[in-house]
Design a protein around this ligand. Structure first.
Ligand SMILES: *[C@@H]1O[C@H](CO)[C@@H](O)[C@H](O)[C@H]1NC(C)=O
Ligand SMILES: *[C@@H]1O[C@H](CO)[C@@H](O)[C@H](O)[C@H]1NC(C)=O
Ligand SMILES: *[C@@H]1O[C@H](CO)[C@@H](O)[C@H](O)[C@H]1NC(C)=O
Ligand SMILES: *[C@@H]1O[C@H](CO)[C@@H](O)[C@H](O)[C@H]1NC(C)=O
Ligand SMILES: *[C@@H]1O[C@H](CO)[C@@H](O)[C@H](O)[C@H]1NC(C)=O
Ligand SMILES: *[C@@H]1O[C@H](CO)[C@@H](O)[C@H](O)[C@H]1NC(C)=O
Ligand SMILES: *[C@@H]1O[C@H](CO)[C@@H](O)[C@H](O)[C@H]1NC(C)=O
Ligand SMILES: *[C@@H]1O[C@H](CO)[C@@H](O)[C@H](O)[C@H]1NC(C)=O
Ligand SMILES: *[C@@H]1O[C@H](CO)[C@@H](O)[C@H](O)[C@H]1NC(C)=O
Length: 423
């Protein structure tokens, strides 16, 4: 009887010791897990759901993301209470492991501005609340490819920049049809096909469709944009004459129509734009003479008329050319300069004129306008239904280890008890 009492005593103390050991182990492991997970979200004034979304995008939240300046200027917050919310997010140079999830984007509903620079993430379904909230969207060398329909969801944008991203759309109108608040639009290096849209919103100040595969001519919708300061249509397959209504762009400072197939003369109406700083009509099929009024455009800093079919006497003197940061008229085989106005050692790439205003020595024609295939781009617009909703991190792993360890300890205790009981 006494022996049995002692035995029970021993087994109870064994069990208690083992249980205590197990508890200590669990406390250690769980404590470590919490130490990893906890301080960032506690220290932040940011909405905890948004902090979690930032962590899933590899943006550290150990320092308050709402403090200024933020980590690499990646985040901007509002001053909401009790929690602040993100209104600006910039993802730059993401690692190839970064992934955007629908869950993360959904919790970022408050963003006004979203930029991705060099982020090789996949486009995913855009939550409707975020699409409506965004007023600025920038995507440079990021998504491998986006569809026009995907972009068209962001109807509240005033600023849209997509560059070095392939856009699948039958034309710019697919993207722009419902964006009535746009002020600045850049879609460049996007392999975008189709023609310039027949309707554009009249408050645009910046329009850049450079380096795409756009065809057709310049429609009246473009020349009606009377707030436009920058028009860059360079490196497309646009053709036809430069419309004289281009002079209706009364705010225009920069005009680049370079590397297209525009033909006909430089329109005289351009003289109505004396504030022009930058004029690039190079690498087209423009013919006729260089109009004299250009020499009276006193704001001009950049003039490129190279690689066209312009002819006649260059209407510029030395002081005009010296005032410019860039001047280029090379590659116009029938153009020549008057050597009583310009020194004959001028490196203009054109010959001096004879007394009839013809080039003395015929220079070699150097037309480098080069357009790739004009084949139409057969495509359909589709949204990208890829989701990527799973979350992962160190915490689940550590908790798993804790649970496994404690189960083992309990199993050992149970076995010891069993073996003693059944003796
Ligand atoms: C963050 O933005 C501020 C002001 O715009 C700028 O002065 C600073 O250089 C930027 N910092 C980084 C790391 O980009
Ligand atoms: C991204 O990388 C480029 C080139 O390596 C660098 O110039 C730029 O500053 C980087 N931007 C950020 C925000 O790290
Ligand atoms: C659209 O943007 C304006 C600010 O430009 C904002 O006041 C408005 O709430 C936004 N609309 C939606 C649906 O978020
Ligand atoms: C253009 O801007 C003016 C004021 O800047 C504004 O009254 C007008 O509604 C805007 N138009 C469009 C189409 O957004
Ligand atoms: C027009 O676009 C081209 C190609 O994107 C770019 O190289 C050029 O600098 C732009 N011109 C102006 C005046 O912005
Ligand atoms: C300019 O080219 C057009 C065709 O593109 C032609 O009809 C016109 O006669 C040419 N003008 C001159 C002055 O060569
Ligand atoms: C150069 O031409 C401009 C007009 O374009 C004229 O005002 C100026 O006097 C000329 N300068 C010289 C040195 O001939
Ligand atoms: C060159 O300029 C001189 C002086 O302005 C002028 O007399 C002459 O006619 C010009 N020559 C040609 C070919 O335009
Ligand atoms: C651009 O589109 C054309 C036609 O679909 C395709 O052949 C070409 O590979 C595309 N270019 C790039 C750089 O994606």
């Amino acid at each position: 009887m006494r022996m049995r009492w002692i035995w029970i005593n021993i087994s109870i103390s064994t069990v208690m010791a083992a249980a205590a050991l197990a508890l200590v182990l669990i406390a250690l492991v769980v404590g470590k897990a919490l130490a990893i997970a906890d301080p960032p979200s506690r220290a932040s004034t940011l909405d905890p759901k948004q902090a979690t979304a930032l962590e899933s995008l590899n943006i550290p939240t150990s320092k308050d993301p709402c403090a200024e300046p933020s980590f690499h200027n990646a985040t901007v917050c509002d001053s909401g209470k009790p929690f602040r919310h993100l209104i600006g997010l910039r993802l730059a140079n993401c690692s190839s492991y970064t992934s955007l999830s629908f869950t993360a984007l959904k919790s970022l509903w408050s963003l006004r501005s979203l930029s991705l620079l060099n982020c090789p993430v996949s486009p995913i379904r855009l939550p409707a609340e975020l699409a409506a909230s965004l007023t600025s969207f920038t995507c440079v060398n990021s998504f491998r490819r986006v569809s026009g329909v995907w972009l068209s969801q962001m109807q509240n944008l005033s600023d849209l920049t997509v560059s070095w991203v392939e856009i699948k759309a039958s034309g710019p109108f697919v993207i722009l049809a419902h964006m009535s608040k746009l002020r600045s639009l850049t879609i460049s290096n996007a392999n975008l096909s189709g023609s310039l849209p027949g309707h554009l919103h009249s408050n645009l100040t910046h329009l850049d469709f450079s380096n795409n595969r756009l065809k057709g001519s310049i429609p009246p919708s473009v020349t009606m944009l009377d707030s436009l300061q920058v028009l860059n249509l360079s490196s497309n397959s646009l053709a036809g004459p430069i419309p004289s209504s281009i002079a209706d762009l009364i705010s225009l400072q920069t005009l680049s129509l370079a590397s297209n197939s525009f033909s006909g003369p430089i329109p005289d109406s351009l003289s109505a734009l004396p504030a022009l700083l930058h004029l690039d009509l190079s690498s087209n099929h423009l013919n006729g003479t260089i109009p004299n009024f250009i020499s009276h455009m006193t704001s001009l800093k950049y003039l490129n008329l190279a690689n066209n079919n312009l002819h006649g006497v260059l209407p510029f003197n030395h002081s005009f050319i010296n005032r410019l940061q860039l001047f280029n008229v090379a590659g116009n085989s029938n153009l020549c300069f008057n050597h009583s106005l310009l020194p004959s050692n001028s490196k203009l790439g054109i010959s001096p004129c004879d007394k009839y205003g013809m080039p003395l020595t015929p220079p070699s024609k150097d037309s480098s306008s080069d357009h790739s295939s004009d084949d139409d781009y057969d495509d359909t617009d589709d949204t990208s239904p890829h989701h990527n909703d799973h979350h992962h991190g160190p915490n689940k792993f550590v908790l798993g280890v804790a649970i496994a360890l404690s189960s083992i300890v309990f199993l050992i205790v149970f076995l010891i008890l069993c073996s003693k009981c059944c003796r």
